[in-house]
Each structure stands twice: as structure tokens, then as C-alpha cells.
Design a protein around this ligand. Structure first.
Ligand code: PLP
Length: 431
């Protein structure tokens, strides 16, 4: 991939109207972290760190303190390998069993249907390549249907299995960013092995009609997989697992650690193994189990499920506050519709995303142009293009994603800085 526009290529940035000291230092000044702490004294954060506002929770979330507390002992005093037969190992294995039990409870499934992986990307790879190896390669069912707005881990996996002989079909989306059941009805046939459509889009927050899509897939004898990575905080995971045959999750989107994912595979569904190795995960995924990550993962999902309604209400409120305040800058449009609480994709006429994001970063507001893993790419968002936006409009859009730790004051303040950044970015573009 070519380097993303922006960074040094943008040239010197004008001072933001809120004063350079209030925001993040520009990238070049990254090493200047303020004066050293007094010897033996408390670490005092400099003002610009205090005033930063993190609105990129769809990229990742901070680990919840309650999750961290559960994880910590398993890095040190309870460090055993969960496969060792001695007491250290048994202690770790018991904790992994307990984590699997918790997750099965959160999803309303059997413990034997829960597999721990290293991330959402791995879960998606396993789901799609596993079906291709087990079904497409061994039967007449060659078709795998997905949508054009999936995360790269799904799209790239589909590309790989397509090159190996699977018949891959990509469903379009409407202007609201959702896949229509009609489009699936037109694409599916008796030779379809799998339909894979995400539960919530990571760039627009658009909630997909998973129940209807799963029904259509099942009606044609196909399996249904959903990438539910962005669904963790706001959607009913039990309801999703009830209609999906295979489902991917990732802990770091809901207060869990990075490097911890889950693949739910319904009993009786046969998919190939992704990783050869030892007998871990019932011989399906070799590799020493990352015990603290697994514990943190289960704890994060348990908390997310318990607090889903209150967190969703809070995220909706924060989004509403932010959107109502930024409306004062003319030419602001929300891309897509039917959003899950917390994620909103905003187009500002007359700006480019790299310029706006840079100005926001200077002002201490962290948001993004789309998926964090694509931020090294120079291409406009494939999701926004698929929704019918022109290249220019797609490049003038940014994603703002709220998390449970954000406050109403932050939503207000971020909106104020956003409006100022838009005005500044427009001024720069017109020069
Ligand atoms: N699927 C979606 C929808 C995502 O948003 C992401 C991450 O941004 C992933 C999959 C990949 O998850 P992970 O970062 O755990 O690999």
C-alpha cells in the first residue's frame, strides 16, 4: 500500500485558533514529553495530555480497570502454562475453563462452541478459510457470499479463497450503508457454502439485518458467519449467536486487551483448522494459550453484556450532543444511517480528511478516517465509495467513535474544536 496522504507531506500547519499549547504537540515534537517528574515525586501530566479527547473507540478502547485487575495475577504469580499437568498449569487451565464458561454464558452457547483466538482478524480468517477448506474444497458448494463493506480481514480472506477456487460474490450496499436481504436473495444459490456479513460496520456504525440474512442463508442450505467485532458494546450478542453458525469477536473493542479474540462455531458445523500445532483449543488451534488475554477477554465481554443498555444510552447521548453542536458549521452531513450507538461518520464539505484529522490531532481530539488498519492506505474508504459517495466526498469524511469513558463535557468540547478545525481546514484548502 502506498503511504497515506498527510503527515509531513502536508507542509507546515498554521497555529490552531485554540492555541498550540492546548492540543497535542505536532508529530515532530513527539519526543518532548514535558519536564521530568520531580525526583521521588508524583508524575504530573502536562496540560496538553490532560486536555486530549479520545474519540476513536472503534479503533480500540482502553482496558477497563476491572478487567485489568482480573488479568494481572496471571502475568506473574499465576503464570503457568494451561497445558502443564502440575499445579501451576492446573491453576491456569482452571482460569481458562472459567473464562470459556463466562463467554459461553454471554453468548448463550455451549463451552465447546467457544474458541479463543489472537484477535478478530484471526477469527475472520479462520471462519472463511475454514469453510473454504472444509466445504468448498470437498463438495460442489463453491460459493462464498460476503459484502463490499466488510473489514479487510474478511475481504482479504475472501480474496485468498477466491484465488484457490471458491466462487466469491460481493453484495452491494445502499446509500445508508446496509446490505439488503433482496440483494442476498438474488446472489444465493444451492451451491452456496457460506454467507458472511458483519453485524455492525466499523466505519459508519450501520447495523446490518443479520437475522434476515441468516434466514435466507439457512433457507438455501448455506452457513452464516457474522463479524460481530463492532457489535460488542451495543448489540445483543446472544441474539446474534442464536442466528449465526459462526461468529467473530475481539476483546479490545469493549474494554478488553488487544490480542484476544473469539470464534464461536455452532456444534455440528465443520470448518477446517487454521493453525497446526498442539492440542490447544481441542486441537483446532495450536499455540500456548495466552491466559491473561483470555481472562481479560471473558471479563470484558461479561461486563459489556451486563452494561449494554446503559452504555448504549450513554453513547447515543454523546453522539447526539456532538452532532447537534457541530451542526453550526455549515456543510456537515452524516454518512449512512441505521447506526449503532457511538459510531458516526461525518462528511464536512470543502475539507480533506487528512487535513481535518491533523488539525483535530493538534487540538487534542483523536478520531480517524476509517478503519485503523487501513490508515496507511492512500485509497478513499471502500465503505463510503460503496455507499455511492464520490471520491472527493469520501476523502472529506471522518469517523468519530465514542466510548464508555467519554463524558458529555468531552462531547461538547470536542464539537467546539471540530467546528474550529473544519473552518481552518476550509480556509487552508481555499488558499
Ligand atoms: N472486524 C471489524 C469490523 C473490525 O472493526 C476490526 C478491527 O478494527 C476487526 C475485524 C479486526 O479485529 P482485530 O483488531 O482484533 O484484529
Amino acid at each position: 500500500k502506498t503511504p497515506r496522504r498527510g503527515g509531513g507531506a502536508l507542509g507546515p500547519h498554521p497555529s490552531p485558533p485554540w492555541g498550540a499549547d492546548a492540543g497535542c504537540p505536532p508529530r515532530a515534537a513527539k519526543k518532548n514529553r514535558g519536564p521530568p517528574p520531580p525526583p521521588g515525586g508524583r508524575v504530573v501530566f502536562t496540560e496538553h495530555i490532560m486536555t486530549r479527547i479520545y474519540l476513536d473507540n472503534a479503533a480500540t478502547t482502553p482496558v477497563d480497570g476491572r478487567v485489568l485487575e482480573q488479568m494481572l495475577p496471571y502475568f506473574s504469580e499465576r503464570f503457568g502454562n494451561a497445558d502443564s499437568v502440575h499445579s501451576f498449569g492446573r491453576e491456569a487451565a482452571a482460569a481458562v475453563d472459567n473464562a470459556r464458561r463466562k463467554l459461553a454464558g454471554v453468548l448463550g452457547v455451549r463451552q465447546s462452541e467457544v474458541f479463543f483466538t489472537s484477535c478478530g482478524t484471526e477469527s475472520n480468517n479462520w471462519a472463511i478459510k475454514g469453510v473454504a477448506d472444509e466445504i468448498c474444497a470437498k463438495s460442489a458448494k463453491k460459493r462464498i457470499i460476503t459484502s463490499v463493506i466488510e473489514h479487510d480481514s474478511v475481504l482479504s480472506s475472501c480474496k485468498t479463497v477466491g484465488m484457490k477456487g471458491a466462487d466469491t460474490v460481493y453484495l452491494p450496499v445502499g446509500a445508508d450503508g446496509t446490505v439488503s436481504p433482496e440483494a442476498l436473495k438474488n446472489a444465493i444459490n444451492g451451491e452456496t457454502a457460506l454467507v458472511s456479513v458483519m453485524a455492525v460496520n466499523n466505519e459508519t456504525g450501520a447495523v446490518q439485518p443479520v437475522r434476515e440474512l441468516a434466514e435466507i442463508a439457512h433457507g438455501c442450505g448455506a452457513l452464516f458467519h457474522t463479524d460481530a467485532v463492532q457489535a460488542a458494546c451495543t448489540q445483543d450478542l446472544k441474539a446474534l449467536a442464536a442466528v449465526a453458525d459462526i461468529m467473530s469477536l475481539s476483546a479490545h473493542k469493549c474494554g478488553g486487551p488487544k490480542g484476544a479474540g473469539v470464534l464461536y462455531v455452532r456444534k455440528g458445523v465443520r470448518i477446517g483448522d487454521l493453525m497446526d500445532g498442539g492440542e490447544q483449543e481441542r486441537g483446532r488451534r495450536g499455540g500456548t494459550v495466552n491466559v491473561p488475554a483470555v481472562i481479560g477477554c471473558a471479563c470484558a465481554f461479561e461486563l459489556a453484556a451486563k452494561e449494554r443498555e446503559s452504555v448504549s444510552a450513554k453513547l447515543s447521548r454523546l453522539c447526539d450532543i456532538f452532532l447537534s453542536r457541530i451542526a453550526s458549521a455549515d456543510g456537515i452531513t452524516v454518512n449512512g444511517g441505521g447506526r449503532a450507538p457511538g459510531i458516526v461518520n461525518i462528511r464536512a464539505e470543502g475539507v480533506t480528511d487528512d487535513s481535518l484529522l491533523h488539525l483535530l490531532d493538534l487540538a487534542g481530539v483523536a478520531c480517524s478516517a476509517g478503519a485503523a488498519c487501513s490508515s496507511g492506505s492512500s485509497e478513499p474508504s471502500h465503505v463510503l465509495l460503496a455507499m455511492g459517495l464520490t471520491e472527493e466526498r469520501a476523502r472529506g469524511s471522518v469517523r468519530v467513535s465514542f466510548g464508555r469513558n467519554n463524558t458529555e463535557e468531552e462531547a461538547e468540547e470536542a464539537a467546539r474544536r471540530f467546528v474550529e478545525a473544519v473552518v481552518l481546514a476550509r480556509g487552508r484548502k481555499n488558499k
